[in-house]
Design a protein around this ligand. Structure first.
Ligand SMILES: C[S@@+](CC[C@H](N)C(=O)[O-])C[C@H]1O[C@@H](n2cnc3c(N)ncnc32)[C@H](O)[C@@H]1O
Length: 273
């Protein structure tokens, strides 16, 4: 739903299963990974931790808490920039991503920086880790909005976290769903219902197959989902667009960013006992 639309796709809104979402999004991220890293890699920084297009960093936000000495898992880790930041700050981080090509970029940066993030190819809905093996699980615009079965993903996060562990993630701000994905003034007129959860789907015109999917949940959906899996929300950060920030990233821009939120960052702690 941003700057990766290939040539011959048609856009639809319709129900899509978890299997179909994964079958589409893995190959889509494989195709898009080189362009994504070439376009956004410099902004992200090889050992940087950026929560979203506004450029809010974890150094500024402090959403994860002190990661030193902590076991940390990143979902939808892409090229592992954020997890590398965790390692620089004394944490033991691991990555998980659906896209093999994104993970190849992660390996490339591991080798270039000498800061390696062991990473595994997989889906956030079936984590290949033991129960209670992490202190922190986080996700910076990775995985969550691409998943149909979000209940399974949040259950998996709760399973692999230790009691009291933190789950922090950034997503497209749910209110954006009402607006066209356009960085100009045209993206400032609400066109569709905030409450319509029907997924955004791109279908390859040549094959008729789904080639990309994004799922939407309202803020209330997120609160209920987290509470239902034993989490207590400790923060909801809505980064403001910085005065001196002129970068356009898909539908994010200064034009829209100075008026409406583009990113939501949740932090939630798993109940103890
Ligand atoms: C917007 S990128 C963000 C990557 C990284 N966090 C960053 O900030 O650059 C989204 C990532 O989520 C991954 N992803 C999509 N669906 C996933 C799933 N079901 N499980 C794990 N990762 C997934 C994609 O392969 C992609 O690398």
């Amino acid at each position: 739903m941003e700057d990766h639309l290939p040539q011959r796709v048609r856009v639809e809104r319709r129900a899509v299963s978890e299997d179909e979402s994964r079958r589409a999004n893995g190959p889509d991220w494989d195709r898009y990974a080189d362009e994504y890293q070439a376009t956004h890699g410099g902004f992200l920084g090889d050992t940087g931790f950026v929560w979203g297009p506004e450029g809010l960093t974890e150094d500024e936000a402090g959403v994860l808490g002190d990661v030193s000495g902590r076991d940390v898992l990143e979902l939808g880790s892409g090229a592992g920039q954020c997890s590398r930041w965790v390692r620089v700050h004394g944490g033991t981080s691991y990555g998980l991503d659906l896209s093999a090509r994104q993970l190849q970029h992660s390996l490339r940066i591991d080798e270039a920086t000498g800061i390696a993030v062991p990473s595994v190819r997989g889906t956030a809905t079936a984590l290949p880790f033991a129960d209670a093996s992490y202190d922190v699980v986080f996700c910076s615009f990775g995985a969550l909005q691409f998943i149909a079965d979000l209940d399974a993903a949040v259950a998996e996060v709760a399973r692999v976290l230790r009691p009291g562990g933190r789950f922090a993630f950034s997503i497209t701000h749910p209110t954006r769903w009402s607006f066209p994905d356009d960085p100009s003034d045209a993206g400032l007129t609400a066109m569709s219902s905030y409450w319509d959860r029907t997924p955004y789907v791109e279908v390859d015109d040549d094959t008729g197959l789904v080639s990309y999917v994004e799922h939407h949940r309202t803020l209330g959906d997120w609160v209920s989902l987290l509470a239902g899996h034993g989490f207590r929300i400790v923060a909801l950060v809505e980064p403001e667009w910085p005065e001196d920030h002129d970068r356009v990233w898909g539908g994010w821009s200064r034009v829209r960013g100075r008026l409406i939120p583009g990113t939501a960052i949740f932090a939630a702690d798993l109940a103890v006992g």
